[in-house]
Write a protein that binds this ligand. Structure first.
Ligand SMILES: NC(=O)c1ccc[n+]([C@@H]2O[C@H](COP(=O)([O-])OP(=O)(O)OC[C@H]3O[C@@H](n4cnc5c(N)ncnc54)[C@H](O)[C@@H]3O)[C@@H](O)[C@H]2O)c1
Length: 280
């Protein structure tokens, strides 16, 4: 593999850890130049070191960025255009767990902070990324949502509401920016083993997901990076306004009423093959 993003210039927020970092490194391998924008300077430096060791030092920059601050988002876009001459892809991926308390105990400031990072940050990325892409003749914006944005039981209230907002912001922006040949899509990860989740190991994550996620393996950062390569590349030239689920079948399961090979055999509803016909 290689060359699927040849010559493209990308900005990745939250690019210093987890799925953002995996995407940055995969983008480099696929021929893109990358600006990693993240609040965490130490992790940013570690990401630069990883890229340098892989021989990509000329194609990567780091800028300390708080995606809640509009001027800092403007600066990250300006860095991409200044350093690499154009902008093709913005991956609005930065995120945190946000307000965790039950809804009746959630403080307004924690609710607002969650929305600042996960929704306002995405809004700024689109607002300031799109004009630079228009100058390039088009581009791709990718926003990280979550399975929490598609169901009520996958995350805390503020997080779930913000991630649901990302999905519809994605659709709205896709419509507005189509005329400029800018595609806007979202990725909805399921449970992915990154520093964001409390699981210490893949096995612990697997145990936590058992009976919920049909696919037997633990979701990894690279699973999201592959989706981001597809949505950033010209292979997805006719794909816009969509949300790509990368969740090991988590949401396909729905209410999980019927036993499944990945679920505990002792749980789940039993169903008669002949219905009422075999009742005495
Ligand atoms: N891990 C999962 O299971 C999972 C599932 C669904 C969605 N997500 C989403 O995926 C995205 C990436 O998460 P991850 O799991 O890779 O977590 P992570 O903690 O490994 O990475 C998130 C990165 O975002 C950065 N960040 C946080 N606040 C920021 C801000 N204000 N400005 C700039 N950078 C900031 C952090 O410093 C960190 O480097 C997030 O949006 C998260 O909500 C994660």
């Amino acid at each position: 593999m290689g060359g699927r993003l040849e010559g493209k210039v990308a900005v990745i927020t939250g690019g210093a850890s987890g799925m953002g970092q995996a995407s940055a490194l995969m983008y480099l391998r696929e021929g893109a130049s990358v600006v990693v924008a993240d609040l965490n300077e130490a992790a940013g430096k570690a990401t630069l070191d990883l890229a340098t060791r892989a021989g990509h030092e000329d194609a990567i920059r780091f800028i300390k960025t708080d995606v809640c601050e509009e001027s800092q988002v403007e600066a990250m876009i300006a860095l991409a255009v200044g350093a690499f001459g154009r902008l093709d892809i913005v991956f609005n991926n930065a995120g945190v767990g946000g307000a965790m308390s039950p809804i009746v105990e959630t403080r307004s400031e924690d609710w607002d902070k969650t929305f600042d990072i996960m929704m306002r940050g995405v809004f700024y990325g689109i607002k300031h990324g799109a004009p630079a892409m228009k100058n390039t003749g088009g581009g791709a914006i990718i926003n990280t949502s979550s399975t929490a944005g598609l169901g009520g039981g996958s995350g805390p209230a503020a997080y779930s509401a913000a991630k649901a907002g990302v999905i519809n912001l994605t659709k709205n922006a896709a419509i507005q920016l189509s005329a400029d040949r800018i595609r806007v899509n979202a990725i909805a990860p399921g449970g992915i083993h990154t520093p964001l989740v409390p699981a210490a190991s893949d096995d612990e994550m697997k145990t936590f997901m058992k009976g919920k996620q049909p696919w037997p393996d633990t979701g990894q950062s690279n699973d999201i990076a592959y989706a981001a390569v597809y949505l950033g590349s010209d292979e997805s030239r006719f794909v816009t306004g969509t949300t790509l689920l990368v969740d090991g079948g988590l949401l396909a399961w729905g209410p999980g009423l019927f036993p499944h090979s990945g679920a505990s055999r002792t749980s789940g509803m039993r169903m008669s093959s002949t219905g009422a016909a075999d009742r005495p």
